[in-house]
Ligand binder design. Sequence first.
Ligand SMILES: NC(=O)C1=CN([C@@H]2O[C@H](COP(=O)(O)OP(=O)(O)OC[C@H]3O[C@@H](n4cnc5c(N)ncnc54)[C@H](O)[C@@H]3O)[C@@H](O)[C@H]2O)C=CC1
Ligand SMILES: O=C(CO)COP(=O)(O)O
Length: 336
Amino acid sequence: MKAPRIAVLGAGSWGTTVGAIASRSSPTIVWARDPSAAREIAECRTNERYLPGASLPRGLRATSDLAEAVERADVLVAGVPSQGLRSVLRNVAPILRPWVPVVSLVKGLERGTHKTMTQVVAEELPGHPAGALSGPNIAKEVASGMAAAATLAMPDQGLAAQLADLFRTDKFRIYSSNDVVGVEMAGACKNVYAIAVGMADGAQAGANTKAMVMTRSGREMARLGEALGGRRETFAGLAGMGDLIVTCTSPHSRNRHVGEGLGQGRALADVLAGMSQVAEGVTTTPVVVELAEQVGICVPIAREVLGVVEQGRTVKDAYRGLLRSAPGHETEGDGW
Ligand SMILES: NC(=O)C1=CN([C@@H]2O[C@H](COP(=O)(O)OP(=O)(O)OC[C@H]3O[C@@H](n4cnc5c(N)ncnc54)[C@H](O)[C@@H]3O)[C@@H](O)[C@H]2O)C=CC1
Ligand SMILES: O=C(CO)COP(=O)(O)O
């Protein structure tokens, strides 16, 4: 059987990495919004802004022409940050053939609508099967061939198995799941909690404090995700606890870096001005808090992150606020 043609939207660190993996077995093209980024990938086999030092495979094509990328695609991979995906998909809709499945790499929730990315896909590309690939996957490490694993969640397990084969290598293990909302909520929420743990780093808290916040964050995101229809075991898996661990501890995590800057007393705008890549947790934090309100779930850790990110509270205030509340039953209460 002929290998399917894959189009990846977004030539950032993760879109480029996943495109590079897929290009080893299938014809793959990455769409970059910026023509000079597409030229750099196509001509120099590098993407210095997003994947410094990486040497990209010859088979990976790149273009800034959306129609060229998408019109003959058999599989569409979405790697554009959450707040930009809808408008890109709107432009893709008239070009994409109607049966093409969509795999989202995106770990964020849309502001205003509170939608996950496969829900955005369902609205903008109705009828296209959609799933999410998510897990503890720092792009730089995956791109350099270090072993890692992710979960591909789709309602149709037969299609999930076929798509998983496109991204699987001997070093990149792809597991399957049908808990799409659980996998997407886990991927979006862990960024918010990595900001909380980064704040502890910046404020020079100890390892015990960080372990406490990570563990209770895992429970907070599982409670919210379950209330939205996700399964508890998903939050204990690769897309949940696995990704929470790596994002809260990796020196490469952009969300943890934002929290660290805030913990050092820097202003959010100043921290973001020094970054060339996205930190999805910044825009997803208010969405998490609003969604939690809608479904009646307490999310004290996310609320404190929101206080610092959007409401002028200091990191000290946030941690004092958290420590003031009395701990209840470890696994049954709705506190933190
Ligand atoms: N970098 C990583 O280690 C991983 C990232 N992810 C997720 O993948 C998604 C993409 O992130 P990265 O590639 O890391 O981001 P990035 O910051 O490295 O690159 C983002 C790319 O999207 C483009 N872009 C931004 N806004 C756009 C818009 N409105 N329209 C079109 N293009 C736009 C940028 O030009 C850039 O090429 C995020 O949701 C992230 O959470 C998931 C797993 C690992
Ligand atoms: O999703 C990621 C790792 O799995 C990347 O995390 P950051 O966006 O915080 O860098």
